[in-house]
Design a protein around this ligand. Structure first.
Ligand SMILES: [Fe+2]
Length: 315
């Protein structure tokens, strides 16, 4: 029993702490703040730096050591060793002729953007489609997936996964296919999970027709979608620029074609084909193209939309 005559705030705080509790008026860190903090950092990874490293890995690391020969891009914010932005991780991957990555499935959602090479295919839930430069392919949560290179050149692509979101919420499940590869495979020319580059270009051209020449245009990839990740292809004419905006959603931009720079929260970051641009939440940003450019935007906006947390402002 506490003696009221000798009781003190220090004694009270100690008694809280012993019960794993804290007084709301006594927090060491605030629990609420007026608007999103600047946390993760704007950053660009250059494909020209990465490709020689992937090539070295291709010589030194075979598929028995690394069935998926990938390099993840971790945001340089202090304490982070994995995520590219808060909820999404991006990676570069290379597969050599004759290599096969066996089937597995996991709760994280994934997608792939092909950069270079031909003769590779992916199998998602028994459906096989070829992957060509500029194509985007979805691997929805818990879908079996494998891939292989049956061509004669190295193939390079980018992967994006919502693994950091799954780490946060913790519903992680992963399993390799018991037979190594899916036993029954249907070979298809097109599949709902595959967005071919030629179809993307046609959709961009149709949108350009609608808005008029000389303006940036964007199209959402669909109708098939991942629950947690939204995808948009943005085309910016040479010398053009997107509007300055900020949003609560996190984005990663991949340079599918062209070159230019992004202005992100006062920093100017140049980029070229194959580069990856991290634009964390609430950082004002815009892209400028020095030549005709296509960017793939990979964003967690669908998660924010579901909770009513998506706020976007044009500045
Ligand atoms: Fe996977």
């Amino acid at each position: 029993m506490t003696d009221t005559a000798t009781d003190s705030l220090e004694a009270l705080y100690k008694d809280f702490a012993d019960l794993n509790m804290e007084g709301g008026w006594h927090r060491k860190f605030p629990a609420l703040w007026p608007e999103p903090r600047r946390n993760f950092l704007p950053h660009v990874w250059h494909y020209a730096d990465v490709k020689p490293i992937l090539d070295r890995a291709g010589r030194l690391v075979d598929t028995t050591q690394a069935e998926r020969r990938n390099l993840t891009m971790f945001n340089p914010v202090e304490g982070n060793i994995y995520s590219t932005v808060r909820t999404i991780v991006a990676a570069y991957q290379m597969i050599r002729p004759g290599e096969v990555a066996r089937a597995h499935r996991h709760t994280p959602n994934a997608l792939r953007l092909i950069l270079e090479g031909e003769g590779t295919y992916t199998v998602v839930d028994g459906k096989q489609v070829e992957m060509r430069p500029g194509d985007v392919l979805l691997t929805p949560s818990w879908a079996w997936h494998s891939h292989a290179n049956s061509g004669d050149v190295d193939c390079y692509w980018m992967d994006f996964l919502d693994v950091p979101l799954v780490h946060l919420l913790e519903p992680m499940f992963y399993e390799p296919h018991p037979q190594g590869l899916e036993p029954e495979v249907e070979v298809l020319e097109t599949a709902p999970i595959a967005f071919a580059w030629k179809d993307t270009l046609a959709a961009l051209d149709a949108e350009q027709e609608r808005v008029g020449p000389g303006k940036p245009v964007s199209v959402e990839l669909g109708p098939e979608k991942l629950d947690s990740i939204g995808l948009e292809m943005i085309r910016i004419p040479a010398g053009g620029s997107t509007e300055m905006l900020r949003t609560t959603a996190n984005s990663i931009f991949a340079v599918v074609r062209g070159g230019g720079e992004s202005e992100i929260d006062g920093e100017t970051l140049p980029w070229a084909f194959g580069d990856t641009v991290a634009v964390p939440a609430w950082r004002p940003y815009r892209h400028r193209a020095t030549e005709e450019t296509v960017l793939l935007r990979v964003t967690d906006a669908p998660v924010f939309e579901k909770f009513g947390w998506l706020r976007t402002e044009t500045l």
